[in-house]
Design a protein around this ligand. Sequence first.
Ligand code: PLP
Length: 429
Amino acid sequence: MPKSLSLFEQDLAATLEKRKAKGRYRPLYPPHELNNTIDFGSTDVMHLSASGALRREFLQELERNPGFQVGSKGSRLIDGNNQYVVDLEEYLADFHKAETALFFNSGFEANIAVFTTLPQPGDVIVYDEFVHASAIDGMRHTRAASIQMFKHNDMKSFKEVLQKVKTLFPDVREGRRSVFIAIESLYSMDGDYSPVHQVLSAAKEYFPLGNIVFCIDEAHTSGIIGPNGSGFICHYGLEHEFAIRIHTFGKAPSSHVAAIVMGSPRVKDTLANYARNFIYSTGPSFPSLACVKAGYKILSSPDGEERRKRLPVLTAYFLQCFFKHPVWEQIKGNGTIYIPNPGKYVSNGLVSPIIPLITKNKAYNLRAWLLREGINAWGVAYPVVPKGEDRVRVVIHSDNTRPQIERLVDVIMQWALEQKNIPEVKSQL
Ligand SMILES: Cc1ncc(COP(=O)(O)O)c(C=O)c1O
């Protein structure tokens, strides 16, 4: 380490070195490395962005609003409120069959706002262990009396936690304080859906007095599920059950960072009055809002419908190619690579375009191998996923072609056959 570094810089360098030694260092990925690669990695699930469809619609939205001002000019509570954002919130609430919607500059901010603001002192939050980091961060600063985690999508664990809350928190048990249940629709690391009907009925069985606040983050189902892509809750017609719904736009709707929180007028007012990251932050600029509007226009167009329809077909095709590949028969017993519960990715009218390839701590190795073959899919390692479950996350996109999928599977299988001879790779690079 150069001696001329200040103490502060030396501290940072030492911390980064430690991270590198653990193989957990994350470089900002050089964009040129992804040039001309086949996309099985990005969150642009419907390829609205990559296809240019979003750019075209966005430019039209600009034309429909001649004279727009680029900047928002302040926080929403002062100069940053304008007719366009007010109208867009109404449009989005309508689209998702909610009473109101409030715009946030990102899904991360939306979750922070929800969990720091809405649970009141004495309330309890019960959450699935795999909810997004932003929900966890929000809960770390919540005013709720307690936060309680249950094992991912595990009804036995969920009921045990509900029973614990019932025993330990008489105010919640007797309906004087609320219990928040925080889940996601589709979990991004495993590609599995919440067993939402079971969650609803178990929670009501333990807390029958009407003091449950169901809260769902639809980041990974916005745009791809439900009528016009309105989401998982709209797919099942459960809008009335969820007091709080979060839709982010960073995935299918526009792969553009921003989000809405939907709920009653009281939910909206409370967030606007108490969420510090809403109050003390500049409101969204016109280009951000217009991009969201453009994405939603495509979602509800015939092009959007076609793109949505292709996802389950292509996802099923990937699984078929994988499990029918001649190499699979040779390697399936040795644990080099596997896809957990293959039946769950396309079932009951739902699709998960996220498919984890679990690789026994060789995720970065497979990721590097794919990249050399011109394919982009990201490796995810501990601590983002549990130890021993490092994985490459394959994301199927609406514009992926069958030959691209066949090639992806061929390359995966070549790796699985040869990976013993390949040196270990310790990071995404
Ligand atoms: C479930 C979930 N919620 C929230 C977020 C954060 O959304 P954003 O990217 O808009 O900050 C993400 C992003 O990865 C997510 O997967």
